[in-house]
Design a protein. Structure first.
Lengths: 115, 114
């Protein structure tokens, strides 16, 4: 069990550029979640996958955001035409779905800074 | 609307004493509650959880109490240690079988002084 891995840890980019983040969940965890955390707030839910199916998206996830989990393993989160307000910590979490209530395990996040 | 609220942004406690962190919620459909601890530059780490059918769950130095009628839960840490200094988040789940997304409070920063 190597934990949830996120890459990169930090991303600095200019406004208007596209960025992509990667998340590798704990192996055999079929649920994968993306959250966003801004300063002084708790993480906010963005979207969730069960295996390769994206089953829920928050209204926070504008058209500029897209997430994929093509083979039910790793996931990517892409932000197109970044804006200043996208600056945040993007957290990925995973959990098994078939063993009752199981806590989500989080990665260390990708910190995005928009110049 | 903030469905999960942690009204104390910070708490300072002496080493060896009890730390009590509080959390209030508004959605009576929440059926599972969790506490996470977060150190700077790291992701949240799961600490302890409680189902809505229980009123107490204990794990070592950590105990979570749930008062459903008051829509309130609290985390007790006894005895507090300097290594417990971190931001603590309360989180709730409305329906685990429908995805289990976590709804977090704003966090309480705990400082345990030697």
């Amino acid at each position: 069990d190597t934990g949830v891995s996120q890459d990169p840890r930090h991303k600095i980019t200019k406004r208007g550029q596209n960025v992509t983040f990667r998340c590798d969940p704990i192996s055999e965890h079929n649920r994968l979640y993306w959250y966003r955390q801004t300063l002084g707030q708790g993480p906010e839910f963005l979207t969730y996958f069960q295996n390769e199916a994206q089953l829920e998206k928050s209204r926070l996830l504008s058209d500029r955001f897209s997430a994929e989990r093509p083979k039910g393993s790793f996931s990517t989160l892409e932000i197109q035409r970044t804006e200043q307000g996208d600056s945040a910590m993007y957290l990925c979490a995973s959990s098994p779905a078939d063993r009752g209530h199981q806590p989500q395990h989080f990665g260390d996040g990708t910190r995005l800074s928009i110049l | 609307d903030q469905q999960v609220k942690q009204n104390s942004p910070s708490l300072s406690v002496q080493e060896g004493r009890i730390s009590i962190l509080n959390c209030d919620y508004t959605n009576s459909m929440f059926d599972y509650f969790l506490w996470y601890k977060k150190y700077p530059a790291e992701g949240p780490t799961f600490l302890i959880s409680i189902s809505s059918i229980k009123d107490k769950n204990e794990d070592g130095r950590f105990t979570v109490f749930l008062n459903k009628s008051a829509k309130h839960l609290s985390l007790h840490i006894v005895p507090s240690q300097p290594g417990d200094s971190a931001v603590y988040f309360c989180a709730a789940i409305e329906d685990y079988n429908q995805g289990g997304k976590l709804i977090f409070g704003q966090g309480t920063e705990l400082s345990v002084k030697p």
